[in-house]
Design a protein around this ligand. Structure first.
Ligand SMILES: [Zn+2]
Length: 275
């Protein structure tokens, strides 16, 4: 499932292709979606003002104050191109045609994605939706003091806590494993056991891992394609994720990377390096 760097890669492409363009027609076929858009939704004559991101959510803002909030789910992606050459797919759930003859369509083969529309009158509901999330993992408010304050009463494993979107938004299974390895912290440590300096090291590890992945266009996994023909390469730099049984890149431990389960999710770590 795409996490913060993969969603940021999509955000950058959406901004590049669509911001400042006026919609001249839209097509919705989301009847089989988890939360279907109203089939009569008409976005014509609206100009896309900007594309923001909070955690794994994309926020498309239009010039009339309305928003589309998009979660990519497992396989959601955007396709772009010239309307003339467009070949509609049964998996296109929302297509926007722009006045300059280009289009963007949201394509989702497995339909775990979610698109929600908020009119300008729904701004309170839009804010309330975002308020259910913790700070974005790359924001300055996600710092050691904040992390420590949210962990010091928690017994759950630190890895599970990092993946809790209400605590911090954007981190999933991949980037929690990779960041904990870099910070030398065991995924099974109770949240409350982290010292302030460990929280600080973990914050640095998380942010540097996320930025490195963004620089490489995110990671490419079986289920995720940022855009057809264009994929990120951070998966080639994974230190532990998906590498159970392989030699450990961080030390000379004999066992290598160990695959376990933590809070129900497959987890990778080095028991000698991470404590
Ligand atoms: Zn090791």
């Amino acid at each position: 499932m795409p996490e913060l760097p993969e969603v940021e890669t999509v955000r950058l492409r959406l901004s590049w292709h669509c911001v400042g363009r006026k919609i001249v027609s839209n097509c919705i076929s989301s009847a089989q979606f988890r939360s279907p858009l109203p089939m009569d939704l008409d976005l014509c004559d609206r100009t896309l003002r900007g594309v923001d991101r909070h955690g794994k959510l994309l926020l498309l803002g239009f010039d009339d104050g309305s928003h589309l909030l998009i979660h990519l789910g497992m396989t959601g992606c955007f396709l772009f191109g010239s309307s003339r050459d467009r070949q509609p797919s049964t998996h296109d759930h929302l297509s926007l045609e722009f006045g300059d003859g280009t289009y963007a369509s949201f394509n989702d083969r497995r339909r775990f994605g979610v698109i929600t529309y908020y009119s300008s009158a729904d701004s309170e509901a839009f804010s309330a939706r975002l308020d259910t999330l913790g700070p974005d993992a790359l924001s300055s408010s996600f710092d050691a003091e904040y992390l420590r304050s949210r962990l010091h009463t928690r017994n759950a494993p630190i890895k599970a806590l990092l993946m809790d979107q209400q605590l911090v938004a954007g981190i999933g299974n991949i980037y929690s494993c990779e960041s904990l390895f870099r910070a030398r912290i065991s995924p099974d440590r109770p949240g409350r056991s982290l010292s302030l300096s460990e929280a600080d090291e973990l914050i640095v590890a998380i942010k540097s891992t996320l930025w490195r992945s963004i620089a490489l266009g995110g990671a490419t996994l079986d289920d995720y394609r940022g855009r057809i023909g264009e994929m990120g390469t951070f998966d080639q730099e994974f230190t532990v994720f998906g590498r159970g049984g392989q030699p450990c890149p961080g030390c000379t431990c004999r066992a290598g990377i160990v695959q376990t389960r933590c809070a129900g999710r497959v987890t990778y770590h080095c028991p000698e390096r991470q404590h």
